[in-house]
Write a protein that binds this ligand. Structure first.
Ligand SMILES: Cc1cc2nc3c(=O)[nH]c(=O)nc-3n(C[C@H](O)[C@H](O)[C@H](O)COP(=O)(O)O)c2cc1C
Length: 421
């Protein structure tokens, strides 16, 4: 019976354990988590979502406070066109986050940054270019392009000296998205180094409509692999979304995947950035406590726990401090929804917005509890402690469980010493 450790993922000159820990913004996949994956011989992701805020927390910088001060005059204004990201400061924050993470890297694995196109930051092209170039400058091993078709993203990096050396890949949820990406980039003569196929059971934003249940990861994997074969393109394909055990991973690896990307099982590890209380919410969740809804202003469906505080919250848009989803013309679907509710209930003290959420504010405060479909199985991966809470795992434990387990077994962690003494 095979286990994940019987396979290797070849990227560049490396032979890696074929496990990628997926990017989870905003700082849910922390540097510490990514560093563990790399130390253990796999691939870890940090995320550059809201990187100035992440830098403030990690390095005590004051990017967010300074931006708030600069645009304070606009807080009561419904028009957010004036709010712009300073590209120099954005590059600086990216350098700090990426550079310090790479300095701390140990072991044979790699660290990539997850870069979402949907973070349009009121200047889609220039801010994306700045983020990509700064990550390459700061020595990142690779970039995973996500949440968008990224038709122009390779071109934004083409003049960079590391454009042909760094590992560059893209997340797609259909063969069609991949075909469009490859066609659009044909003139650059630079193929992606890896393709992640993310199915409908993943956490975060989904590359499907509300009909996500109609789709199946293995079927999309087969379509992508058949297309690459027909075109004689040799690009590693990595499966993601709902891979919960080592045996789930092996079944994809035996069917032609070069690796797997996993995330949900790492949300309840010490190294994950979610607050301890939120990790317990993930453990406690039952199958009926998880939904896919349309509250993200990006327009993509998102999976989350139903008791997510962000649901129905009507906070004033915080674009002066954040503004990561402003579309380039000062618009965000949450601002529209918020203004509509304020106009409809002029005398109410509390604003309730049901159809959209202020994703920047709630992701920043860990109040948007996005998760994979199998979050309800997390409770089976650990011990229940005498006080009723669930024992937090280490990233190493979860990584090794994926790497070495057989027969769909899940290894429980050793009980804390204080309970076994
Ligand atoms: C809490 C959470 C946050 C996520 N955030 C992002 C993100 O910021 N960008 C992204 O491309 N994918 C994101 N994802 C998707 C993961 O990177 C990964 O591809 C997917 O969740 C794998 O499926 P699994 O969670 O069932 O293992 C997120 C997933 C989770 C669970």
């Amino acid at each position: 019976m095979k286990r994940v450790d019987d396979f290797r993922l070849r990227l560049g000159d490396k032979q890696l354990v074929p496990i990628m820990v997926g990017g989870m913004g905003v700082d849910i996949s922390t540097a510490e988590l990514a560093l563990e994956a790399a130390r253990l011989g796999g691939i870890g992701h940090i995320s550059d979502a809201m990187v100035p805020d992440v830098s403030d927390r990690r390095f005590d910088t004051s990017y967010v406070k300074d931006k708030t001060k600069l645009y304070k005059f606009n807080i009561a204004n419904a028009d957010k066109t004036v709010i712009q990201f300073d590209l120099g400061l954005l590059a600086e924050a990216t350098h700090l986050h990426v550079g310090k993470t790479m300095e701390a890297k140990r072991g044979d694995g790699m660290i990539f940054v997850n870069c979402m196109e949907k973070l349009t930051m009121n200047g889609p092209r220039e801010t994306l270019r700045t983020r990509l170039v700064a990550a390459l400058d700061a020595g990142i091993d690779g970039i995973t392009l996500s949440a968008g078709l990224h038709l122009g993203s390779f071109a934004l990096m083409e003049d960079h000296p590391r454009f042909r050396d760094a590992q560059l890949g893209i997340i797609v949820s259909s063969v069609r998205a991949l075909q469009i990406f490859l066609k659009k980039n044909a003139r650059l003569n630079r193929l992606p180094d890896f393709i992640i196929v993310e199915g409908p059971l993943a956490g975060g934003h989904l590359g499907f409509g509300m009909d996500w249940k109609e789709f199946d990861l293995q079927t999309i994997m087969n379509e992508v692999q058949a297309y690459l074969k027909k075109e004689q393109l040799h690009i590693p394909v990595i499966a993601a979304g709902g891979i919960f055990t080592g045996s789930d991973a092996v079944s994809f690896l035996e069917n032609g995947a070069s690796g797997v990307q996993v995330a949900t099982r790492f949300t309840v590890t010490e190294e994950c950035g979610l607050p301890a209380k939120v990790k317990q919410e993930y453990f406690k969740a039952g199958e009926d406590d998880i939904e896919v809804n349309g509250i993200s202003p990006t327009g993509y469906p998102m999976r989350m726990l139903k008791n997510t505080p962000a649901l129905g919250a009507g906070v004033r848009p915080n674009c002066e401090s954040y503004g990561y989803l402003l579309d380039g013309a000062g618009n965000c679907a949450y601002i529209t929804a918020y203004n509509r509710e304020v106009a409809a209930h002029p005398n109410d003290r509390t604003v309730v917005v049901k159809d959209k959420t202020c994703l920047c504010t709630h992701m920043r405060n860990f109040n948007c509890w996005t998760c994979g479909q199998f979050t309800y199985r997390l409770k089976d991966t650990t011990n229940r402690l005498p006080d009723g809470s669930y024992q937090i795992l280490t990233a190493e434990h979860v990584f090794h469980d994926y790497q070495f387990s057989v027969d769909h077994k899940i290894a429980l962690p050793a009980m804390p010493e204080i309970l076994t003494a």
